[in-house]
Design a protein around this ligand. Structure first.
Ligand code: COD
Length: 162
């Protein structure tokens, strides 16, 4: 039976830290689904379709990675897609509390799915989508923090082209 993992998140936008987790996670499973949360209430810079499209282009060369969107409970999505594990990235102790709470709640809701944590690569340990957006909006150079596709799309957004 093939092993399937999901890497869920907001990915608003995807950073090189996220991409690093996708590349490493994809080597551990037969299939890795990157699942973007459709969250109407959270204000995002990129629409759900924009985020999914960017992720598809960025992960195009990894054959066992699929990009999808989901709404509702993550554990229900996992059941639906026959997912065995949820992959999450850990950057620092500050991530741990929230991640542990989420993992325990998810296990309570569905004992069939394990959460697996991958520690960040050190060069990306300070990276977050929100900091990237802040630096970009203040004309800082974010070229080394995000894939080129994201850099172009962010610049277009900030110039008001899209
Ligand atoms: N290096 C390594 N990992 C990183 C980095 C980095 N530089 N940056 C971010 N990450 C990791 C994060 O720690 C996280 O694990 C993942 O990448 C995605 O991050 P985000 O910020 O894009 O996504 P989140 O944390 O906003 O995603 C939250 C979910 C969408 C997973 C959560 O809200 C959810 O499951 N919602 C569905 C409703 C539900 O089931 N709720 C009950 C949960 S208990």
């Amino acid at each position: 039976m093939s092993k399937i993992a999901v890497y869920p998140g907001s990915f608003d936008p995807i950073t090189k830290g996220h991409l690093d987790i996708i590349v490493r996670g994809s080597k551990l499973f037969d299939k890795l689904i990157v699942a973007v949360l459709k969250n109407q209430s959270k204000k995002s810079m990129f629409t759900i379709d924009e985020r999914v499209d960017m992720l598809k282009l960025i992960t195009n060369d990894i054959p066992n990675v699929e990009v999808d969107m989901f709404s509702g409970l993550l554990v229900d999505y996992c059941k639906d897609k026959e997912v065995n594990a949820i992959i999450r990235g850990l950057r620092a102790i500050s991530d741990f509390e929230y991640e542990l709470q989420m993992a325990q709640m998810n296990r309570q809701l569905n004992q069939e799915v394990e959460t697996i944590f991958l520690t960040t690569s050190t060069q990306y340990s300070f990276l977050s989508s929100s900091l990237v957006k802040e630096v970009a909006s203040l004309n800082g150079d974010i070229g080394e923090f995000v894939p080129d596709i994201v850099l172009n799309e962010l610049n277009k957004k900030l110039k008001g082209d899209v």
